[in-house]
Every structure is written in C-alpha cells, then in structure tokens.
Design a protein around this ligand. Structure first.
Ligand SMILES: *[C@@H]1O[C@H](CO)[C@@H](O)[C@H](O)[C@H]1NC(C)=O
Ligand SMILES: *[C@@H]1O[C@H](CO)[C@@H](O)[C@H](O)[C@H]1NC(C)=O
Ligand SMILES: *[C@@H]1O[C@H](CO)[C@@H](O)[C@H](O)[C@H]1NC(C)=O
Ligand SMILES: *[C@@H]1O[C@H](CO)[C@@H](O)[C@H](O)[C@H]1NC(C)=O
Ligand SMILES: *[C@@H]1O[C@H](CO)[C@@H](O)[C@H](O)[C@H]1NC(C)=O
Ligand SMILES: *[C@@H]1O[C@H](CO)[C@@H](O)[C@H](O)[C@H]1NC(C)=O
Ligand SMILES: *[C@@H]1O[C@H](CO)[C@@H](O)[C@H](O)[C@H]1NC(C)=O
Length: 884
C-alpha cells in the first residue's frame, strides 16, 4: 500500500507536468521518415535497410540515420515486425525476463491470416487482414521517428475505434478513442487516479470491429505515452526498439486474440484451488490478537473465511523478514498459522522488495544481501538508497545472478514451516519500486526523520500471554550519451514533478548486468514476482502457490496474480474495478486479479460494502482489504454486509469447480476466465461499450447494480436465451436494455447464458477443503437450439504435476444428457441431481443409464420451467440421462 499523505501531492503534480505531450503534431509529421532499400524476401521473412529520407528533424535528440527492418510471419496468426538501429546495439527487453516465442519456422505469407504490406519511399507499412483486405494498422500518413531516446509510430484507426488494453490504467475499459493519453511507467499510484500511469505496464491492445478482432503488442519496457486522437493511435517511447507483434485474432471469436497473445507472453500460472476462497486483509491490524479475532469473528458470523492476510503491521520497524517481538511475536503468530492450518484455512503475508538500510545492527536480510552484493547500484557503484516503510532502504537487484539464492534463502528462513511463519501464499507490494523520498533526495536519512519513518506504534503492546482462539468454533541492461535522468521527451508521468525518478529508484541506477533502471524500471515488479514465485516453490517443491503483486509487466501472469492497488471506498472505484479486472484478465493474461473489496482508503459504508461483496464474489481473486486509517470493514461488521457476503459466497462457491475448470483451460490455452460482453457477442455493436456487465467464466453473466445505493439497474441482454441464476427461470434477451428493480443489498443480478451445462457444488460450505466433499448438481441450460454443453476439470487442487485428473465433458442434445470422460482423480462425491432449465411441459418419464427413474425422483416446477431428476450416482463414471 502507498500512503494517504501523497494524495495532495499527486493532484498538484498532474497539473505541473510539461510533457512531450505538448509537441505540435505537425512538427513530428514534418520529420523525413525513412526509405527502404535492399529488401529481401525469403519465405515468411522479409529484411530491409531503412535510411533517413531527408534532413534529420532531431526533435528529442538525434535521428538515427540507418535502421534495420526484419519482418517474420511467425505463425499463421502472428507477424513480428522489428525495427532497430542498424549500426549499434540498443536496449531491448531481456529474454530472461520475457522469453520470446519460437520463430524458427516462419509460415509462407500465402497461408497467413494477416499480411505485411509496405511502401519503400517514404517507408511505411500496414497490416492487412488476408480474407477481407481490411487494413488493421497503417503508418502511411505519419513518418516513423527513431532517435536514441525517442521513438514514434502513428497508425490510422477507424473513427470511433473500439480499443481495449494499454494498461495499467483506470480509464474506461473501452478507451475514449478521441482524447486519451496512456502513460506506461510503473508508479506507486495511491488512489489509482484515472488518466494517470499506475503500477503495471502492458503495451498491448485488442481492437474490436464488427468484421473481427485483432491485437497489437509493442514489446518495449521503456517509459512511453500512447495517444489516442480521432482516427489515430500514436506510440511515443523514450527508448528500446520498435518491436511489434501483430495478431490476426479472428473474424468470429475474440477469444482467439487472447490465445494468440498468450502464445507470446505465456499462459497464466495455475493457482491452488483454495485461492478461489474468500481472503481477508487490512492494513492496521494492531497485533496478533486482532488477527486471531478476525478469524474467530468470521466463523461466528458463519461467513466462510478461507485465507487470513497480514499487512506490514506484523514487521519489526517495518523491516521485511522480521516480526515485531511485542505486537506480533513469532510464537504467537505461529499459533495463528497453526490454528488456520488445522482448520483447512490459509495464511498470506506481505513482503516488500525494499530492505531496511541497517549496517552493523545485526539485521540478517540486510547483512546477507550486502555480503552477497546484490543491491541495486548508483552509477558510482554504491548501493542506491531509497526511502520506504522501514526508512532508508536498499533495493534488491533482480538482474543479479545471485538474487534468486538470496531471496529464496530469506524466504526459507523467515517463512520456515518449523521455526518461522508457514505462509501459503505471498503478497508483494511497493515493487514499482516505490520510494517516499522527495527529489532531489540528496539526503534520504534526513527525509526519513522528517517523514517519521518507520512510524511508531499507535497502541500499547498486548499482554504476551493473552490466550487466543479460546472457545473458537472451528469451521471450516547503456548508451553513454543517453541522458538517463532527463530525456528530452518527457512522458506524462503523474509522480510529483513528473520526473522519471520521482518516488522511485533513480533511473541512472545500474543493475548487475549493466542494464539501467532507465530501461528496466517497468520490469522491476515483474522480476520480483518471478523471484518470489520461485522462492515459494523452493519452500514447497511441487506445489502451486499464490503470489499477488502490485506491479506487473507483460508476462507477469505466467507467474503471479495481481490486485488492483490502492483504490478508494467510493462508488466510482467500485464500478471501475470491473474495467481494471477485464484489462488484466481478458487482455493482459493476468487472470488472478481483483480490487480491494469495500475499498482500501477512506471509510466505506454498509451499503457500498454490501454491494461490493456481491461484485467482489465475481473477481477471480476475492479479497476484502482496508487502509490503516479507515474504519473496520470485515464483512461481519454490518448485518446487510454479512448477508450480502453470505449470499454472494454461496453463489461463488457453488460455481467454484466451473471457475476452476475455466482457470485450468486458461493455463493451457490462454482463454480468458472473465470477459467483456462483446467477447461473447462480437457482432452485436451494442456490447462494445458495455463497462459494467461481464462474463465470469464462459457463461455466467454478471450485471451488478451500478449505483450502490440504488436497488435498480438497467442492463443489456443480447438476443439470446438466458436463465436467472436465482430462480433458474428462462429470460429471453431481446438485444435491448432491461430495467431490473427491487434488488436487495444482498443480491446481484446473475444470468446463465443458454447453451451451457454448469457443474455446481450442491452447497457452499465453510472452507474450500470441505466444499470439495460436497456433491455435484448439474444444471443444463439449453441455448436457442435446445442443446447445451459444458466441461469439468478436477485434480488435487495443489500439485504442479498431477498424477490423476478427472476431465469430463457434458453434452445435452435431443433430451439426453451424456456425461463422459476420464475419472482419474477420485472425488469421493456423487452427482446428486440434474436440473434441466426451460422445460415447457412436465416430462412423462426419465431414464438414467437406460433405466426408468422412479416418479418420486422427478420434480417439475411449472412456473420456473425447471425439471429436476435425482441421480445419486458416485462421480466415478459417466452416465446418460434421457427425459421424454
Ligand atoms: C469520438 O468521436 C466520434 C466521431 O466524432 C464520435 O462519434 C464519438 O462519440 C466520440 N467518442 C467519444 C467516446 O467521445
Ligand atoms: C482531452 O482530455 C484532456 C485531459 O483530460 C482535457 O484537458 C481536454 O480538454 C480534452 N480535449 C478535448 C478536445 O476534449
Ligand atoms: C470480534 O468480535 C468481538 C465480539 O463481538 C469484538 O469484541 C471484537 O472487537 C471483534 N474483533 C475483531 C478484530 O473483529
Ligand atoms: C555515489 O553516488 C551517490 C548517488 O549519486 C552519492 O549519494 C554517493 O555519495 C556517491 N558515493 C561516492 C563514494 O562517491
Ligand atoms: C529529476 O531528478 C533528478 C534527481 O534529483 C535530477 O538530477 C534531474 O535533473 C531531475 N529532472 C528534471 C527534469 O527535473
Ligand atoms: C469459553 O466458554 C466457557 C464455557 O462456555 C466460558 O465459561 C468462558 O467464559 C468462555 N471464554 C471466553 C474467553 O469467552
Ligand atoms: C473514518 O472514520 C473515522 C472514525 O469515525 C474518522 O476518524 C476518520 O476521520 C474517517 N476518515 C475519513 C477519510 O472520513
């Protein structure tokens, strides 16, 4: 978490920035561009030399006179276009951070779904869809500018284009195509202000047209502004290469573009089954007693708490890998963890990257890091000092060859199951990396005193002998000429003063491999993520883990999940969380994502928190989290919030195997686990701008009440068959808005999209461990053609390599449900019953595996049109059920 203190500063900063943003576009368009020569085509590969076509314009430094162009048709659906300096090496994202997909077997252009076209003088290129000749990307009217510290490419777009992605940001999901600047530069963005750069960097967008969906990824980690103006999209990067991947997507199914992007950045890491349970956290738990009480109070309220979290409060003087001996003594905290584990519950702690600067104090993590010489360094070779929670701090250098052994070792000591805190997941924050030091930051020691860091405790320590859990009921890489501090093009960084080094490690600091922070800043959080994920795997070999980070770069999702940072307990942020989630899950391949439920900063209200509990139940990662200066907001604090959490968790938990199956498919194929409405209705233009409705998995349409204090909402239902999740009654979508009213605070409108078979758990129990022991109920929701299908994947929920898996396909056609597949993993549960929805008349009889089902095993609800047939078969074999 960042600090509330920064709010006023940020407001000031935004208006004081004089960004390159203000350059007259005519100046850029007057640049000479390049001329292509020596063009060679060999199969799916094209190379050419690009020479500056006229007098250099030198807008933000000197134009580089000769460039090299290489185009490779890497797959049928992917063209890689790489433009770099022909005479000297430039920084590019290291393969060690983002391994590139194989380009060993280029495909012949004739077979490709998109084509690279070019004109030689002035040089420009376009990407065209093969089947329709539609131009998807074109630099025709705007010269490419390539300078040491400034790159510019501008493409034409259709007017009113539907562009999604280019985050992390808190703008609308569908970006305003007429006037948006997206700045990519990791920042500790307290309050996640819209229109500013945030924690993560994902230079990829999907564009939706009625004729198809395609994607564009600029693999570049330097600071950049991407500007959307009427009919155009312009990249302005302050380093790196023009390294584009163009994705053909599909003319019919947007999911394809997501899968194609996953082929580059990797599919998401699988997470443990338990991580889909409810997480509780806050900044400001005073001591171990507080933590234990939250656990018991959740049980007492009957709300299924799966995982308890603790923020930096637990640390001794806010130093990582320590516990406060008085407030969070190790022995008592071990009791808390033991208690949780004994009840099939889990524990997660925060670890920041910054290590408190403490020479000669016997602070092991600092001493061992100093000994190993793994800190991020100033250009003169001294350790770079920042100011973070523990006061003056040093930063681990994730490029140092010894960093993994250092980090894994610290994890193995502090998080030792035998003598330390046996965490089940890791939470990493402040990894932009953040610093509280105000520029010029020439004396961080003085600023530490001024800023009162680390802050003293505000309450007296508890009696170390206070019993806990009494009577608790159990339940469940440099160009020397470059100006690393002051490049001429200044991106629109929202940090105070807009300086690249503001509130973070200086951009002239140097990594062990010689790379500078100038180039790699945007990778810091992702590299910490990978190292932390590895450290967790080293602690529990062979087991999946949950790592939740704040800062990300393209590819982070292959290792970790992400929370959306320090939001506010405000209606706006409740709504915006949907766009944030869709950006991460649908576009950037970081699907284990969620916002702080009920809001991080500021005081929430019973109403907002209740509504947010219901929305949050449909975030892949569901966590209630709060700031230290805000009122408590555990779901049990208010009756209506309790009711809302219970109801929403009931739905979430019944759907957990459906979602787990979706996540498994995502990890194999890159199919999004949550998606915007247009993903399922790509020809329906009315869906392109829908911000507040989304699909959880393939078929659960979630339409939250958009104004938390209202009990009604207007939702859009495309022309399709839906079923109300609560009543199971059919609802015919007409391609129009539908007004819903009387929506209680505990409720959230959820619809099943016709055509699916949902494998639901029969009831939602206390922990996910118990949930796995409850029976299934299959809900058949036929589509307009009367058929439906679904799938179910089950494994042990935690092993990386699974010895036994159950994979079942569910098909319903002509009145017969066929369940078949492999049943390697023994669930030990039954399929209790099957419900068929939208049945207009009572059936005469039902046959289970060909045998007549007794009449008392068949129920028909005429009003809801639901037919229910008892099955009661152990889920160890397939079966058929026919209704006539
Ligand atoms: C952008 O401009 C187009 C064309 O003038 C207009 O149709 C559209 O409504 C504008 N979009 C937004 C979000 O303002
Ligand atoms: C574009 O957006 C900026 C920043 O939000 C705003 O100041 C400006 O007035 C907008 N311009 C137009 C033409 O809407
Ligand atoms: C837990 O509940 C008890 C009894 O209502 C209350 O006194 C205590 O303050 C609660 N503590 C927390 C941390 O919720
Ligand atoms: C090295 O550079 C840092 C940051 O500019 C400065 O604070 C420090 O005093 C320098 N150290 C030496 C030994 O010159
Ligand atoms: C940014 O901050 C650094 C460090 O204080 C300083 O050297 C540099 O001149 C600043 N740049 C601008 C544009 O203020
Ligand atoms: C625990 O339960 C016993 C028996 O009901 C009761 O006497 C005792 O006061 C309870 N202890 C606490 C700390 O609530
Ligand atoms: C939140 O509530 C507390 C307790 O009522 C109050 O002291 C504090 O000022 C409130 N914070 C805000 C931002 O309103």
């Amino acid at each position: 978490m960042g600090r509330a203190l920064l709010v006023a500063l940020i407001g000031f900063a935004v208006s004081s920035v004089l960004a390159g943003t203000n350059v007259d576009p005519k100046v850029l368009d007057a640049c000479p561009g390049y001329t292509a020569s020596n063009v060679k085509v060999l199969g799916g590969t094209l190379t050419a030399a690009l020479k500056l076509a006229g007098k250099a314009c030198n807008v933000f430094g000197d134009d580089i006179p000769s460039l090299s162009l290489k185009v490779v048709y890497e797959t049928k659906n992917r063209i890689h276009v790489k433009i770099t300096d022909a005479s000297s090496a430039r920084y590019e994202v290291p393969e060690s951070v983002l391994p590139r997909p194989s380009a060993a077997n280029p495909v012949p252009p004739l077979l490709a779904n998109i084509q690279f076209k070019y004109t030689t003088s002035p040089f420009s290129f376009s990407i065209v869809r093969t089947s329709t000749s539609e131009v998807l990307f074109s630099t025709a009217s705007h010269p490419i500018i390539f300078e040491s510290q400034y790159l510019r490419v501008k493409t034409a777009l259709p007017s009113n284009a539907n562009i999604y992605g280019l985050g992390e940001h808190t703008n609308s999901f569908r970006l305003n195509p007429n006037n948006t600047t997206l700045t990519l530069w990791s920042r500790d963005a307290y309050g996640v202000p819209s229109g500013s750069n945030l924690y993560g960097n994902h230079p990829v967008y999907f564009e939706q047209r009625k004729t198809g969906t395609h994607g564009v990824f600029l693999l570049n980690s330097n600071g950049m502004d991407i500007k959307l103006t009427p009919g155009a999209l312009e990249y302005n990067a302050i380093g790196g290469l023009l390294d584009f991947y163009f994705l053909a997507g599909s003319q019919t199914d947007p999911t394809e573009v997501a899968k194609q992007y996953a082929e580059i950045v990797g599919t998401p890491a699988e997470v443990p089954y338990w991580s889909f349970g409810l997480h509780q956290c806050r900044f400001g738990y005073q001591n171990y007693i507080d933590v234990s009480q939250v656990i018991t109070n959740y049980s007492a309220a009957g709300i299924p708490l799966e995982t308890m979290w603790t923020d930096i409060d637990y640390m001794d003087r806010r130093r990582i890998f320590t516990v406060d001996p008085q407030y969070f003594p190790m022995n008592r905290m071990r009791e808390v963890v033991d208690y949780l584990h004994a009840h099939d519950q889990h524990f997660v702690l925060m670890t920041d990257p910054a290590v408190g600067y403490a020479p000669g104090e016997g602070y092991g993590p600092f001493d061992r890091g100093t000994q190993a010489d793994i800190w991020l360094k100033n250009s003169n070779g001294s350790a770079h000092l920042g100011l973070v929670w523990p006061g003056v701090s040093v930063y681990p250098d994730w490029f140092n060859p010894k960093i993994q052994s250092y980090w894994s070792n610290e994890f193995s000591i502090f998080y030792s199951p035998k003598t330390g805190l046996d965490i089940d997941g890791a939470w990493i924050d402040m990894n932009e990396p953040a610093s509280f030091c105000d520029l010029p930051c020439d004396n961080p020691f003085e600023q530490a005193v001024q800023q009162n860091l680390p802050p003293p405790r505000s309450s007296p320590p508890p009696d170390p002998n206070t019993p806990i859990f009494v009577n608790a009921t159990a339940v469940g890489r440099i160009n020397k000429r470059d100006n690393l501090l002051n490049p001429l093009y200044s991106i629109n960084n929202a940090a105070p003063g807009g300086n690249l080094s503001s509130k973070t490690a200086f951009t002239n600091t140097v990594h062990a491999n010689g790379l500078t922070e100038y180039n790699t800043h945007n990778l810091y959080g992702t590299m910490m993520s990978v190292a932390t994920h590895q450290a967790m795997l080293d602690r529990r070999p062979g087991k999946r883990t949950l790592v939740i980070t704040r800062s990300t770069f393209a590819g982070a999702g292959a290792h970790v999940g992400k929370w959306l940072g320090d939001n506010f307990a405000e209606d706006d942020h409740y709504r915006l969380s949907i766009a944030g989630m869709l950006g991460m899950a649908t576009v950037y391949q970081v699907p284990m994502v969620g916002a702080d439920i009920c809001g991080f900063a500021g005081n929430t209200t019973e109403t907002l928190c209740a509504r947010w509990a219901t929305l949050g139940a449909f975030y892949p990662f569901m966590r209630n989290h709060n700031a230290d200066n805000a009122i408590s907001q555990e779901f049990y604090r208010w009756p209506q919030t309790t009711a809302a959490a219970k109801n929403a968790l009931d739905i979430r938990y019944r759907l957990i195997d459906y979602f787990y199956t979706a996540f498994h498919q995502a990890s194999e194929l890159g199919t999004p686990v949550v998606s915007p409405m247009w993903f399922k209705y790509p020809k329906d233009t009315a869906t392109y701008g829908i911000e507040y409705q989304f699909f959880f998995g393939d078929s659960i349409l979630v339409s939250p009440v958009t104004d938390p204090s209202s009990t009604s909402v207007s939702i859009y239902l495309p022309k399709d068959v839906f079923y109300d999740f609560k009543t199971l009654a059919p609802v015919q979508g007409k391609g129009a808005q539908v007004q819903l009213s009387n929506i209680a605070l505990s409720e959230i409108p959820v619809h099943i999209k016709g055509g699916v078979i949902l494998p639901l758990r029969e009831k939602a129990q206390m922990t996910t461990a118990e949930l796995r022991e409850t029976d299934f109920e299959f809900v058949v929701a036929p589509g307009a053609d009367g058929s439906a299908s679904g799938s179910l994947y089950i494994d042990d929920g935690e092993s990386i390599k699974q010895a036994r898996q159950t994979e079942v396909s569910l098909v319903y056609k002509f009145g017969t449900l066929t369940v078949l597949g492999q049943f390697g993993y023994k669930t030990g549960v039954n399929v209790a019953r099957v419900k068929v929805l939208g049945v207009s008349k009572a059936p005469k009889s039902a046959f289970l595996n060909g045998k007549l089902v007794a009449q008392k095993g068949i129920k028909y609800d005429k009003a809801a049109k639901v037919l229910q047939v008892d099955v009661g078969l152990p889920f160890t074999h397939g079966f058929t059920l026919t209704v006539v």
